[in-house]
Write a protein that binds this ligand. Structure first.
Ligand SMILES: Nc1ncnc2c1ncn2[C@@H]1O[C@H](COP(=O)(O)OP(=O)(O)OP(=O)(O)O)[C@@H](O)[C@H]1O
Length: 261
């Protein structure tokens, strides 16, 4: 059973140069659940994530963590509770994957301190959980986008926070790694992690998410169990194409593309 919400955004509003992107969006994340945030391109998903992480200050609304306003936390304390997995980026520096994962320990160890034994253990455990031991000594600049994504997730795990906020974590992963990622996120939730991720794949919501929130017109227009929320009407409205979930003989729901020509 999930506990009380630990990360709560309430009535969040945000505008970029006067253009309203979020207009009263509310979203909560509890331990032990995978929550997917769905929305069309430009709907404001990344903006909402950045606000929930305290990286961007909303024009209006409140964000709280464990009942305290986000602003009440020191940066290091926040990092111990909340980790961000950004969209894959390139770094100009040829750090090894192990060094990238070690960056997750910086908030705990301090910028100039050597890694302790506990830090090193956390790094190796994160690398093992992602199954990327074979990449650990490779330069981050010389691995694929999908491999970088796995390294960034390992970095978030090494950080030790129990809430993970991920911006399109499946992007760039091949099909096998997408499924492995869904499995990993589910197993992390079973271990008590709370996971909030954006996705463009309704199938990644139907498989492996406990809850889905739909962002449209700057608001969360639906929030609940994937099978309840992802109706043909809502999906068609969200994406502007005819789309319908299909129930397989074994009871699972899937969304299959249906081309107009
Ligand atoms: N720094 C910025 N300055 C001005 N406008 C911005 C800025 N960041 C985002 N926007 C605009 O705000 C809107 C929401 O952007 P955001 O990245 O939050 O959407 P998204 O739902 O994550 O999109 P996508 O699915 O395409 O990644 C977009 O129209 C975008 O162009």
């Amino acid at each position: 059973m999930n506990g009380a919400p630990v990360l709560c955004g309430q009535a969040i509003e945000h505008a970029y140069r006067g253009r309203v992107v979020l207009d009263g969006a509310s979203l909560a994340l509890r331990p032990g659940e995978v929550v997917s945030l769905l929305g069309a391109n430009g709907a404001g998903k990344s903006t909402l994530l950045r606000i929930l992480l305290g990286l961007l200050t909303p024009s209006a609304g409140r964000v709280s963590l464990d009942g305290q306003p986000l602003a009440a936390y020191a940066r290091r304390e926040l990092a111990g509770k909340l980790a961000y997995v950004p969209q894959v980026h390139a770094t100009p520096f040829p750090y090894t994957v192990r060094q990238i994962v070690s960056l997750g320990r910086l908030p705990a160890s301090g910028l100039f301190a050597a890694l302790s034994g506990d830090d090193r253990d956390a790094v190796e455990q994160a690398i093992a959980r992602l199954g990327i031991e074979h990449l650990a000594a490779r330069p981050y600049t010389e691995i694929s986008g999908g491999e970088r994504q796995l390294a960034l997730i390992a970095r978030a795990l090494a950080q030790g926070s129990r809430l993970l906020v991920m911006d399109e974590p499946a992007t760039g992963l091949d099909y096998g790694n997408q499924i492995a990622l869904l499995d990993l996120l589910h197993s992390l939730a079973v271990d008590g992690y709370g996971i909030l991720k954006t996705t463009h794949h309704p199938d990644h919501v139907l498989a492996g998410s406990d809850r889905v929130a739909m962002l449209q017109h700057g608001r969360i227009v639906a929030d609940g169990a994937p099978a309840d929320v992802l109706t043909a009407a809502r999906l068609s409205e969200l994406y502007g194409v005819a789309i319908a979930p299909v129930r397989l003989p074994d009871g699972r729901l899937v969304v299959a593309p249906c081309l107009s020509t």
